[in-house]
Design a protein around this ligand. Sequence first.
Ligand code: ZN
Length: 423
Amino acid sequence: MSRVSINLLRTPVAHALLLLMVAFAWSPVAHAESLLIQADRLLDVETGEISPDARVLVVDGKIVGINPESIPQDARIVDLGDRTLMPGLIDSHVHLTSSGDDFTREILTENAAQAAMRGAESARVTLMAGFTTVRDLAQLIPSTTLIAVALADASDKGWIPAPRIITAGHALSITGGQIDPAMWVGSAEGILNLGPENGIADSIDELIKATRYQIKHGAKFIKIAVTGVMSQHGIAGVQQYSEQEIRAVVEEATRHGIRVAAHAVGAAGINAAIRAGVTSIEHGWMFDDESIRLFKKNGTYLVPTTRVAGVISLESPIVVPNLAKVAAAGVKIAMGSDASVTRHGDNANEIVAMVNLGLTPLQAIQAATIGAADMLGRPDRGRVQPGLLADLIAVDGNPIEDIRALANVAFVMKGGKIYKQPD
Ligand SMILES: [Zn+2]
């Protein structure tokens, strides 16, 4: 490059022009792509209807037409053949940065960078299993860095193959409560004395501080551990926060336009959390008649994480209620695998388990699509409809006839980008 052009580049106007040129060259608009996705079947997750010979037109990451009369000349055709096309699945309860193989070792030995690497791999296998959105509900690694926020950012930027991630950062828990990492590792006094940055909060002031810290650092949901279940003391499901404390968290989060999920197992805690205005009850296994009344009255979602109940060891085993009865009573249900306690990538087995517990295949699919999207406050996903995000999957077989089809995801698209397709 000549001395003259170097000098030109040094002028502010030339520099701005150069930046504009670079920005234009990298602009996604410059790479606009039209894709026509064809499959023998398309599942409407609202009605359960299967329409034959479906064609979905995707432009710039969005669904723009279903069986359109005309398609752009340059549209690339992806023919999925004898498969069922449907919206990408949503898992409303995962912990990407934990593997569950050995919580104690991970909590004590992994730093944020290591846990981020682990989380990236968890996110990858989750996406490949057909889950294009997950809600990450709490980080156990005791770093004040919100690791899943970085994963969410990396996913949005296309740095890593991952679902869209909506994370709560650290869960709010009382000292020695359900989601105090010190309790999980059984540490001695003076070790792992964590504070509001790590979600450990013992008063309304501390809860507000903890909530604000998570939101400041990128949490898009708040998780509060209202009861125990696996803490090392107390009875399963005993209430750990007062209704007044839960309400303070909900009010603070709501001021930021953010919703609250409550880990709650026992009826007293479930009912207090619903009255306090949380959006979802996680686990919720020991609810009572009053809980059902409150769930219906407030439109609160239940995320029953049924497979976890069978995995955790307690003195008296947890019995998961029949979900057909719960749904028939008018309780809204969203699907959550609690992956980390269950294996990342096995998420769809929770949908199968929900059918084994009484839901119809369509109800279980709705809990992982339109129900979850509604619970998350994300109406831009969860169904195949023009204007929505092009988050699509295709499975072998027909999941309405056999829900286990969801375990064989052959095609995954997120935001118009194909991450997995049949050979
Ligand atoms: Zn969990």
